[in-house]
Design a protein. Structure first.
Length: 117
């Protein structure tokens, strides 16, 4: 199971750090990612990180502002969000997929991020 937290209300230009805590074993056997869904829009990819943390990728819309990381010993993934914009307002979901799989099979419940202008 995945539990996302850390969302909240922040002014434009501010920062938030999201966390995603995993339960169960073999956390380090999963690639992980963050997605988000704004009201009336489809869920979209934000960032992903490999099982070791050695490689990551970002959506163009967040590149240079967001940083994804993970601590396998703590079974936790993070998303540091800086220079937040109103268009970053969404429910943020963490997700995981076994290494070698193409689809994300496990999803957390989401945490709301609201950026005011």
């Amino acid at each position: 199971q995945l539990q996302a937290c850390g969302g909240g209300l922040v002014q434009a230009g501010g920062s938030l750090r999201l966390s995603c805590v995993a339960s169960g074993r073999a956390f380090s056997s999963y690639d992980m990612a963050w997605f988000r869904q704004a009201p009336g829009k489809e869920r979209e990819f934000v960032a992903r990180i490999t099982w070791s943390g050695g490689s990551s990728a970002y959506a163009d819309s967040v590149k240079g502002r967001f940083t994804i990381s993970r601590d396998n010993a703590k079974k936790t993934m993070y998303l540091q969000m800086n220079s937040l914009k109103p268009e970053d307002t969404a429910v943020y979901y963490c997700t995981a997929r076994p290494v070698g799989r193409s689809t994300y099979d496990y999803w957390g419940q989401g945490t709301q991020v609201t950026v005011s202008s």
